[in-house]
Design a protein around this ligand. Sequence first.
Ligand code: CS2
Length: 491
Amino acid sequence: MNRLSSSLLTAVPADVQRPAYDRSALKTGIVHLGIGAFHRAHQAYYTEAVLNRFGGDWGILGASLRSPTVRDQLAPQDGLYTLVERSSERERLQIIGAVQSVLVGPDNPAALIAEMADPQVKIVSLTVTEKGYCHDPATGNLNVEHPDIIHDLQNLQAPRTAIGYLVAALAQRQQMGSKSFTALSCDNLPNNGATLSNVVQQFAERVSPDLAQWIERNTLFPCTMVDRIVPATTDEDRAHLAERLGLSDEGVVVAEPFTQWVIEDRFVDGRPEWEAVGAELVSSVEEYENIKLRLLNGSHSTLAYAGYLAGFDYISEVMSEPAFDNLISRFMAREAGETLAVPTGFDLLHYQSQLRERFRNTELKHRTWQIAMDGSQKLPQRLLYTLRDQLRGRGNIDIICLAVAAWIRYVSGVDERGDAIDVSDPLASRLRALCDANKGDAAGMVKAVVAVAEVFGTDLRDEARFVETTTVWLERFYEYGVLATVRKYFG
Ligand code: CS2
């Protein structure tokens, strides 16, 4: 079967949307670090919509900081790939042309730095996941003991981290006397722009105070709220698409129809007209960000840990168990939802029922295991800020504690059948050791794990209500199993 490429664009079925603009007119205006499935189904989708509507030249150069996979998928396809939007009601296919090419950092770090330093580039955007910020999730400060940060501070010409790349490129711009760029964080972190600015500043300070000052004066780091559920693409997705398209596409991404992007409107040197194609450009994203992190991502992590342990592979399967659906409705209404301030006119109840609908989408194969990854980096903003607010206001914390207990049960590394869990987390071995050292003693396990300051800060270990309630759930999980426990209390 032929592979999707520029010359075969005309061969795709007529119901598949294609780039309606002249791709050869594109210039690299955006460099995107971390060109995974999410970027391709979200920010690139919005930029594509701008190009389809107005033309223009806002092209994207994608970069992978680790693996060559996406480059190898997209290079033979001239950067083209299909976005499949899927729900039980419909399937919509679109070929995206906004990504011009992909660089692989480790192959040639200098080439990527040079691209980022080119004054034609106005925006450097990022989806490098929580751990890509190399920060301490509880405080937001740069982790100066992180091996990759130590490496990058000594080898700025060949960095490994996004932070190293940003500072190296900004240093070149300063030296050349050119304008700075907008650094646009699109990761699920609270105050993501400010968090990025903070770690970049702390890194740059160590390189040169003069550079740090130049960055501070010239660079903007807007905050964003990004939302679209985009599971990892499977071989089945590729096979299904090949049938529909009549061409093979190694770079296909599958997403839900829903998408949202709220952006703080502060840019150094222009941006695509994203507001004309559905993005919301606002003066502050904080409320949107909290709503999304605490309701969507908080629910996701809760469903992922408890659902995985209960034996479910996919989020839609977890949601088809009525007790879990109940649990998550209550979590949103009585715990996370109680802590949120909402923008004027925002319907919080509608948002919650829409979320449950989205989680139930059976056409998305969203693995509980995928969401369970990197919990140590995710828990603070997804569950623990809510927990602190509820403790302060003496609100309900029952389900947050259940979620934390499920996470502890998960990172212990052994499931309910006695099989190993493949725990993917930068703190995996430390967390596992803490659980092993307290085997058979739920109270001891909770005490040891909540003392991990990078995740829980230094305050939560002394919150008796939190520690005790979490312990009770963990005891129940060990005694009756997660599914029976959830059915008993939420069925
Ligand atoms: C998920 C998110 O993998 C995860 O941890 O919670 O990636 C989620 O799908 C997105 O934030 C939705 O916008």
